[in-house]
Ligand binder design. Structure first.
Ligand code: 9MJ
Length: 669
């Protein structure tokens, strides 16, 4: 017979083992439901036998009663900060100082990512987690033990051998980026305030007086060292070995640690981690270099509040604060109105940023960005800069909520925003110079008519000067007009005219794509060209005929019909052709691509590889029709396993019967 005490001990060990596998090793060992079952059994056992409850029980992770306030904790060993290096030169200078102070030619460094979270310290006594505190001012922090117990990858009891009697682990609490996004989705759904970034979310979660709330926040911990390495003396002589030892006791450490030699090693590590930054599950703001030999660390000692043996080599900040000078509204090729924040120039993500997208009106509302606001701007990697959030304390009195104008800021046409869409659009079409400019840029782009040299600046000039309204006007430009433009020499003008002339010889697919029909991208343009073979055939097609093109659905078909129904668009097309834009007309692809044209099929039974839907799509793509029941009009019945009445009927009527292979052969024929 197992006693309740034995069962509880067994359950605790099992649950912590699964916890470790899931949260530290990232390799789950049992399904969630089974884990939950073990967990509930332990909870019930502890409720029935309160004397069995222990401070290291995984049931402690769900959070106890709220606190009135956090208790202050004095750090026996101060929690230092790190000095920063922002350039390769500063990292090299760090290496030089270490070499000189130690009187050696080469130094080995332990390198680790710099976690962008909150520094905390964890005290273990005889392997049991007894106290956790924030860094505070470095000398005194706050007792957040009950919150830290809810952080799933912090071991409540250390496992493995040679666990010291006293151990204080230092590290950072953070929130993985993916979990942060999910948390914000939940906040949004619940109508709660969203967090600005994972760091703020982690900070807010850790400083909750109600640990039940913290327990629901996906926090993680990573260790970067210990308060006092001398407890390991003389068994351990290297920082890297110390980190391995922590890992052996179940303490999470970064997988990206490395030992390198010299300044070249440091910089290579920096580059490697900088390149891998996006692939890490959590945010980092740089890397940390530490002299690896613990005896050397001691020799180097400290300057004021930072170790001399370590330095943080920071990445360019991805976020910065600045002010919104104006909110402008840009009009895109399809008329989409995009609010853009004009910013006081700010250096972020390695470049100076003066604009940031606000995406759309709903987004501006949600973030409540106003002119004059102080905002946090983010530029991560090559992503276009965006306004992350407003700093509300810095809002000036009298600021007004942003509203999208009711009329297009460029042409004055009405702005329309369908109920179920986030995007508002100018209804001016090609009457709108903004849309016209974008349409011209698209027309001239490389994959369309490919007019080299016709860039944004030139298109602006041509449209603003009233020289060009539609693409057809491009073919009426002459040398004198072009050479008369600002910043345009005779040579450039000649080159441009040659490029325009060259563009006249094109293909039908490029021409269709160049028209800029909504929902018609390059691939669809090619499909249309292949299917119809000539522009006349395309112009004549109604929605049904268009939908016969594989990949063309009702939305695309309707866009095309509406585009060609516009007399203005037909005029432009006629003018383009009159100007000499031409292509080789092909034969419509319909016959060759529709081997099943005019044939009706009925599907029955289970085919070996195709689902019913796939078989239907295959037949329709080849021009055939699929009917639901067998009649005299049926040409073929495609029968699979367990075909029933339909097959019998087909046999009765003498209709041709195919299996899946037979169908494929017919299509290929
Ligand atoms: C962070 N934030 O990742 C240290 N840190 O070492 C790492 N911080 C540190 N080390 C001594 N990796 C003081 C702070």
């Amino acid at each position: 017979m197992t006693t309740p005490a034995e069962r509880a001990a067994f359950l605790r060990a099992e649950i912590e083992r699964h916890n470790h596998a899931y949260y530290v090793l990232d390799a789950p060992t049992i399904p969630d439901a089974e884990y939950d079952k073990l967990f509930r059994e332990l909870q019930e056992l502890e409720a029935a036998h309160p004397e069995l409850a222990t401070p290291d029980s995984p049931t402690q992770r769900v959070g106890g009663a709220p606190l009135p306030a956090f208790r202050q904790v004095a750090h026996a060993v101060p929690m230092l900060s790190l000095n920063n290096a922002f350039t390769a030169e500063e990292a090299e200078a760090f290496d030089r100082r270490c070499r000189e102070a130690l009187g050696v030619d080469d130094v080995d460094y332990a390198c680790e990512p710099k976690f962008d979270g909150l520094a905390i310290t964890l005290r273990y006594e005889h392997g049991l987690f007894v106290l956790g505190a924030t860094r505070g001012d470095g000398f005194t922090g706050e007792d957040v033990t009950q919150n830290l117990r809810t952080v799933r990858n912090i071991p409540l009891r250390l496992t493995g051998s040679d666990v010291p009697a006293q151990l204080e682990v230092r590290g950072e609490v953070l929130m993985p980026r993916r979990e942060f996004e999910k948390l914000n989705e939940r906040q949004r759904a619940a109508g709660e305030k969203e967090f600005v970034n994972p760091r703020n979310a982690a900070a807010g979660s850790l400083r909750q007086l109600d640990p039940k709330i913290t327990a629901q926040r996906p926090l993680r911990f990573f260790a970067y060292g210990v308060a006092d390495a001398s407890v390991f003396h003389p068994a351990l002589t290297l920082h890297s070995a110390l980190m391995d030892r922590l890992a052996s006791w179940g303490i999470p450490v970064a997988a990206e640690r490395a030992v390198v030699r010299g300044a070249a090693g440091l910089l290579a590590y920096y580059e490697k981690i900088a390149a891998a930054r996006r692939t890490l599950s959590y945010d980092i703001d740089g890397v940390v270099y530490k002299v690896n030999r613990l005896a050397d660390q001691e020799k180097l000692g400290y300057v004021s509040r930072a170790p001399r043996f370590a330095i943080a080599h920071k990445f360019p900040a991805e976020e910065a604060t600045t002010t919104v000078l104006a909110i402008e509204v840009q009009v895109g090729r399809t008329g989409a109105l995009t609010p853009v924040a004009r910013l006081a120039p700010v250096f972020v993500g390695g470049v100076t940023v003066t604009n940031a997208t606000l995406h759309n009106e709903d987004e501006v509302r949600r973030k409540d960005v106003r002119v004059g606001d102080t905002v946090i701007v983010r530029r991560a990697g090559d992503v276009i800069p965006e306004v992350v959030a407003v700093v509300p304390e810095k809002r000036r009195p009298g600021s007004a909520e942003f509203r999208l104008p009711a009329r297009c800021p460029v042409c004055g046409s009405a702005v329309e925003k369908p109920e179920d869409e986030a995007i508002a659009r100018c209804t001016g079409g090609l009457y709108c110079p903004a849309q016209r400019k974008q349409a011209l840029m698209h027309f001239a782009s490389r994959r369309a008519l490919d007019i080299e040299g016709l860039g944004e600046k030139l298109v602006d000039q041509l449209v603003d000067a009233g020289l060009v309204e539609t693409a057809a006007d491009l073919y009426r430009l002459d040398l004198a007009t072009l050479a008369g433009l600002e910043r345009m020499g005779e040579k450039s003008a000649r080159n441009l005219l040659a490029a325009i002339e060259k563009s006249k010889q094109t293909t039908l697919a490029r021409f269709i794509y160049a028209l800029g029909i909504r929902n018609v991208g390059e691939a669809t343009a090619k499909d249309l060209a292949r299917h119809f073979g000539s522009l006349e055939a395309l112009l004549a097609a109604d929605e049904a005929a268009l939908q016969a093109v594989p990949e063309v659905g009702p939305v695309v078909a309707s866009s095309i019909v509406r585009f060609f129904a516009e007399p203005h668009n037909r005029e432009v097309i006629a003018a383009l052709r009159a100007a000499g834009v031409s292509w080789e007309e092909g034969t419509p692809a319909v016959p060759s691509r529709a081997p099943l044209a005019g044939k009706t099929f009925v599907l029955t039974g289970t085919l070996p590889t195709l689902t019913r839907e796939e078989a239907k799509a295959l037949i329709e793509a080849a021009g055939g029709k699929v009917a639901g029941s067998v009649s005299k009009k049926t040409d073929y019945v495609v029968a699979g396993a367990e075909a029933g009445a339909k097959l019998a009927k087909a046999q009765e009527l003498g209709i041709a019967i195919l299996d899946e292979n037979g169908l494929r052969r017919l299509i290929a024929s």
